[in-house]
Design a protein around this ligand. Structure first.
Ligand SMILES: *[C@@H]1O[C@H](CO)[C@@H](O)[C@H](O)[C@H]1NC(C)=O
Length: 499
């Protein structure tokens, strides 16, 4: 591990020599922990996790049996049906912004890597549909988008099972007078991406998704503003759009372009590239910031020789790839001594999985075009990007200094005290009596392992020193989220066929 540390401290100069040196180190690196992983098993588990996050009436084929129906009156206070969808993490709020991003990434996982998911593919498709069925409900009224169900203060004040919930289930919405181009743009992206997933599987549903995406995007674009301004008390600091809504407008347009091939979206992208700051913060990708994703997704067309007019996006994507490579000590991307991508701000695994996803997707686009990424004097090959992504996945699955699998239920050592209400409280079957808001505290504070194993959940992960507390109160390390898993599903789909 020491060499990695040393490399990070070297100055930015002489990048090419440094990278060559690193390549050697990098080849040698996995051997230190290598154990050989069952990526298909991890894929199966990573998608099972989404069943544990389901809200609403559970279907007969629900495989995670300790969960029950919950939140069956969501939307009633607003006179609409908003049951269904996903709880975002270890709480019981349905936050629309990260939920939509999760659906976009789960769809992208299928579009790029579904071919190698084998018998798990139908389960991944079901997980998308569970989310898009909800997003269709949330966007059923023109000029209105429901963006959240559940008062986060009321919810976070309790440690309660979703099945017992008696907290405020306020339904929050945006409209023309209270815009939210960020959440609406992301919702349009999710609907458009999912329309590609269902294009041949269910053409009628696919058209419904695409038509809705078109309408929601037009609303997002016409009534501009950040939902953090319109709904500040409900969404900040939880899923506050710090980065602005411009990236989601471009992101929505890019997915609509891909899904519809309509000229208007290509023209929108070209016309708005500069206005909407496509070149800003090119090395970020997550529920708040879509820039690297936009650039990588559009670059596929440039690399296929179909869209020279998008060349500047490819330049940005190349810049992003170079900034993530170890050895270039970029201020916003660092590596832990054990080799994990690390970004400040908590729940680090979301960055690990989303950046690794982009590395792997880009590696495939480059490979088909027989191209490499120019990083100064050095060029990064598709094989290098793939190797870096694989190294991150292997770290998650247990190839790390403390030999901890960060996926619950995978391997022998995994997090036992995850910050997750349903997992940590006894199940309804084991304890049918209601457990009230504050009665849950003793389970939260207990040193015992969680009674319900939330198989496939990937938690926030270790700190920058590769240490992990496995303790509920350390939520930045011990809480799983849907947007950590969504890109991981794609990665595992690929590596289960290309170990
Ligand atoms: C990481 O966690 C370990 C164990 O809890 C702690 O000793 C160490 O100081 C932490 N490192 C950082 C950089 O926070």
């Amino acid at each position: 591990m020491a060499p990695m540390l040393m490399i990070r401290r070297l100055p930015l100069l002489r990048v090419s020599t440094l990278l060559l040196f690193l390549l050697l180190r990098f080849d040698a690196f996995p051997a230190a922990y290598a154990s050989g992983h069952d990526y298909f098993d991890a894929l199966r588990k990573s998608i099972l996790f989404f069943e544990g996050q389901r809200s609403g009436r559970l279907p007969p084929d629900q495989r995670l049996h300790w969960r029950r129906d919950s939140a069956l009156h969501d939307g009633a206070s607003a006179g609409v049906d908003l049951t269904g969808g996903y709880y975002d993490a270890g709480d019981n709020v349905k936050f629309g912004f990260p939920m939509a991003f999760t659906m976009t990434l789960l769809s992208w996982s299928i579009i790029d890597f579904g071919r190698t998911m084998g018998s798990e593919l139908p389960n991944v498709v079901k997980a998308v549909r569970w989310g898009t069925d909800y997003l269709l409900k949330a966007t059923s009224i023109p000029g209105l988008v429901f963006v959240q169900v559940g008062d986060p203060y009321s919810d976070h004040n309790c440690w309660e099972r979703p099945e017992d919930m008696d907290t405020l289930r306020t339904a929050y919405s945006i409209d023309r007078a209270h815009p939210g181009s960020d959440v609406a743009g992301e919702t349009a992206a999710a609907l458009a991406a999912a329309s590609i997933v269902f294009r041949s599987r269910d053409p009628v549903y696919s058209r419904l998704l695409l038509n809705r995406a078109v309408r929601v995007f037009a609303f997002a674009n016409r009534y501009r503003g950040a939902y953090s301004d319109s709904l500040s008390r409900a969404v900040c600091p939880f899923y506050c759009d710090v980065n602005g809504y411009q990236d989601e407008l471009l992101w929505g347009a890019v997915w609509l372009h891909k899904a519809s091939r309509r000229r208007e979206y290509r023209e929108y992208i070209m016309r708005n590239e500069v206005v909407l700051h496509a070149g800003d913060t090119i090395n970020e990708f997550g529920w708040d910031n879509k820039h690297a994703g936009i650039n990588v997704l559009i670059s596929k067309e440039v690399l296929m020789g179909r869209a020279d007019y998008f060349q500047s996006f490819k330049n940005n994507a190349d810049g992003f790839i170079c900034s993530v490579l170890p050895g270039i000590s970029h201020p916003q991307v660092q590596y832990s001594p054990g080799g994990l991508i690390f970004k400040a701000g908590g729940s680090n695994m979301q960055h690990v999985t989303s950046l690794s996803f982009l590395l792997l997707a880009y590696s495939n686009y480059l490979n088909h075009a027989r191209k490499t990424v120019p990083c100064g004097e050095f060029s990064a090959s598709p094989a290098l990007l793939r190797q870096l992504a694989k190294r991150q996945v292997d770290y998650i699955l247990g190839d790390n200094p403390i030999r901890m699998s960060y996926m619950v239920g995978y391997g022998d050592r995994y997090p036992r005290r995850i910050h997750h209400r349903a997992s940590s409280l006894p199940s309804v079957q084991a304890h049918p009596e209601h457990i009230a808001c504050k009665e849950g505290s003793r389970y939260y504070l207990s040193p015992d392992p969680n009674p319900n194993v939330l198989v496939g959940a990937v938690v926030g992960g270790p700190n920058v020193s590769d240490a992990f507390p496995d303790s509920r109160p350390f939520f930045q390390e011990s809480e799983p989220t849907t947007y950590i898993n969504a890109p991981l599903v794609g990665l595992l789909g690929y590596f289960s066929a290309h170990p």
